[in-house]
Design a protein. Structure first.
Length: 66
């Protein structure tokens, strides 16, 4: 696991089942890989939302409230 660290977390059973189903269906190589990808997607989503919020604030400062 070069460049990765072990993490212990508690998650809803439905998410565990979804991860295991993805692995069983060949959509992810492991539950860890599935969780790693889900965390990456969350980070990217949050960054996009922050960028959108900053854009809207800048736009509204210039042009008024949308």
């Amino acid at each position: 696991m070069k460049g990765k660290r072990r993490l212990s977390v508690s998650v809803r059973p439905a998410w565990i089942e979804a991860a295991q189903t993805a692995v069983a269906g060949g959509h992810a190589p492991s539950v860890s890989a599935w969780v790693d990808d889900a965390l990456r997607l969350k980070v990217e989503h949050d960054r996009r939302l922050a960028a959108l919020a900053a854009f809207l604030e800048s736009y509204e400062d210039t042009h008024g409230v949308i």
